[in-house]
Ligand binder design. Structure first.
Ligand code: UDP
Length: 324
């Protein structure tokens, strides 16, 4: 297959590129490199363009055929989305619309869309299944929900199939140790814990120690980035027999607190990791855990990294390799 991967130079996108290449498929990366890295992708054609640049996008995709589009290109920081909502709606909603317009123009039929658990807002059930109410509490979640709704409407009238995946907490790194998470600034928990262990690294802050959880810190569902890549690939198969719009939640179904994750990283790094309790971060729900039974049952997803220790060990291998 030949697959177009917008956002393929980013964290999850670059693992996706490697995943499909290892299966012998061709990946064409479309990226503006605003947050992605050229070192993260190898042996593939690169289309350097921002999805908001409609003219260049149209020129680059004109007459090209792809078996599928796996779309990761987006802004994804909750805090930034509160400060710059216009940036988020433009990039995540208008950018996706521009991409879908080119798919329609060029007869490209299958889209896998990177969505987020942030579309659900504060949970009202212990685990979050697909039918959980969708009340995003920040512009990032809102922009992804708007894009999902837009895709649903477009699939109803055009010959386009779309599968949306709402990820919980993407984490970990490729088994080679040569590819992993590298955001600037880094806001995510596991890389921040690991970076704090490197000499000269700043002390880890734990945002909120008075939540109503087993140890007072926020509980999240960590899912390995290669398991996410597998789900995206399986969606292409799923859409062969299931046309139109679908959406699935992707997590491991187990919640771990910030302190649980620190303990797991201590086992990976083999030393104590000190931390400072800090104020709660605005917009952090206390608990977010996925019910992924629909993805497991309908797209035959089989996550391989069920244990938190396997996830943190893979992240540590990458941090050691990359020098933090
Ligand atoms: N967190 C923390 N210290 C950090 C980064 C994150 O205590 O340096 C907490 C954060 O408040 C949240 C959890 O770790 O409760 C996971 O945060 P992350 O940013 O990794 O993912 P999110 O759940 O926000 O998508």
């Amino acid at each position: 297959m030949r697959l177009l991967i917008p956002g393929g130079a980013g964290y999850i996108g670059s693992h996706m590129v490697k995943y499909v290449q290892e299966l012998g498929h061709e990946a064409v990366v479309l990226d503006d490199f605003s947050t992605g890295h050229e070192w993260a992708i190898n042996d593939c054609e690169i289309l350097r363009v921002n999805l908001l640049d409609q003219d260049t996008l149209a020129q680059l995709l004109k007459g090209r055929s792809f078996d599928g589009v796996i779309h990761f290109a987006a802004k994804s920081l909750v805090g930034e989305s509160v400060q710059k909502p216009d940036l988020y709606y433009r990039n995540n909603v208008v950018g996706t619309l521009n991409l879908v317009n080119e798919m329609i123009t060029n007869d490209i039929h299958n889209l896998v869309f990177s969505s987020t658990a942030a579309i659900f807002g504060n949970p009202v059930t212990e685990k979050i299944a697909e039918d959980h109410p969708k009340n995003p509490i920040n512009p990032y979640g809102q922009s992804k929900l708007m894009a999902e709704n837009m895709l649903r409407d477009i699939c109803a009238v055009h010959d386009i199939n779309a599968t949306c995946f709402r990820y919980f907490n993407a984490a970990g790194a490729d088994r080679s140790g040569s590819l992993g998470e590298a955001h600037d600034p880094e806001t995510h928990l596991i890389p921040n814990i690991l970076k704090s262990t490197i000499p000269g690294g700043s002390v880890l802050k734990v945002f909120g120690t008075d939540y109503e959880t087993h140890d007072g810190t926020c509980v999240r569902d960590y899912v390995h980035v290669t398991d996410l890549a597998e789900a995206h690939f399986l969606a292409l198969e799923y859409m062969k027999d299931n046309s139109g719009f679908s959406a699935f939640n992707l997590g491991n179904g187990s919640g771990f607190s910030v302190l649980d994750v620190i303990r797991s990283c201590e086992r990976a790094v083999k030393k104590m990791i000190p931390f400072d309790p800090a104020m709660r971060r605005v917009g952090d729900p206390p608990v977010l855990v996925a019910d992924s039974s629909a993805a497991i049952c309908k797209i035959s997803w089989e996550p391989k990294f069920g244990s938190l220790d396997a996830i943190t060990q893979s992240a540590w291998r990458w941090h050691e390799h990359s020098g933090g």
